[in-house]
Write a protein that binds this ligand. Sequence first.
Ligand code: SF4
Length: 475
Amino acid sequence: MKLLLVLPPVSQKKIINMTETASTFKAKSTIKAADLEHRRKINFNIGKYNEKVPEGKAQFANLSLAREHAKNIKWRAIETLDQQLEEFELHFTRRGGKVIWAENAAEAMEAILNICKERNCKTLVKSKSMVTEEIHLNAALEKNGIESIETDLGEYIQQLDGEAPYHIVTPAMHKSKEDVAKLFAEKLGTSPLLTPEQLTLVARDILRKKYVEAEVGVTGANFIISNIGAIAVTENEGNARLSCAFPKTHIAVVGIEKVIPSLSDLGLFWPLLSSYGTGQQMTVYNSIVTGPRQQGETDGPTEMFVILLDNGRTNILQDPRQRESLYCIRCGACLNACPVYKNIGGHAYGATYSGPIGSVITPNLAGLNDNKHLSFASSLCGACTDTCPVKINLHELLMENRYQSVQQGMTTFTEKMAWRLWKIASLKRSVMNLGNGSIKSTIVNTLFKGWKERRSDIEFSGKTFNEMWKERYGK
Ligand code: SF4
């Protein structure tokens, strides 16, 4: 895998009109923003999150310093990413683990399918992992006749419903307990009146059998710890631990940016992630996995693979301004703080990663031209930047994406003309004074049709600034 890639040339043909993904995003957002029931559920769940988070944060004597320290650690890790990853590989392989470097989703998928086929895998258990969503693992496994079961309860609910995760931490955040009971009744034949506890027991009963059946277990990793060659997984249900310990083969799929240099860094990152992710001081199960079962150990897989996935991350790495988006620890806090996310929800984005961080990285991971609209769908209020535990300047990175899209000519003819006229008029008072207020109003309101869809007409004053000045001061 190369750590510095050249950005692909932008397709000029595609630039001219709004892309399909942009128009779908707009249509979905418009529908969701008007869906009051959706907003009620989101506000309820984010409200509970907001109540809990201060409890988690209270454990830090100096939260700002802790965040600054975390940012510095990630800065160091990302600036020396090549060395960190090689160090991880060295230590991990010494204990019998195997590392696979995947430059893109196709390479990662090919590696996983090969491992599964060689082991005659029919059933695979999988814990929550956004990176496996990114490579569309479940769809590829299904196509190849392998049953893939999500073992995180939220992900299991989403899988039953045939939906992608709605949120990077709480995948079924948009569903009420009644929605889940109804879904279980439809798909599993249970009573639609089951309580959350009863629903959990139903899922647990089904999943426990799958752990035993599965030949392969797949997890993600919250962190790659380079100095000991391990991955760290944090979770609340114990399902990731079972997914990697029960099956004979464990595959961890991890984005290369997840590196932290040292085991001792976990002392900061685990509580930081849980405080900002769920408001807990620590999540319930925290595992450090250093490789397959060693001689004399009584449990664990007999073989373990770590797939280090690039899939566009080195594009981000090579841009010094965008690089800090790789510090993200996927806590989801910026989604919960974002007024846009709270209105349009996670699915409208049409991307694996939603909310502010998704709008920053998706254009860089999956192509600026097709995804630049995400960076424009922001009020730039800065709530995301304020809340981020690793102090990523999210709103500035959104601006950077916008800037780059303009620099690369990804704007419509109308927009280019509008700004050209604006510039000419702003630079010359005599041009600005041409025509009366009603002519200017007609021109501007016609040119900015898109802007006006949800706004009233712009009304220019009947008199020019010069005329008003003259009236007041007589010169
Ligand atoms: S950008 Fe920051 S707030 Fe958003 S998910 Fe990543 S770490 Fe959390």
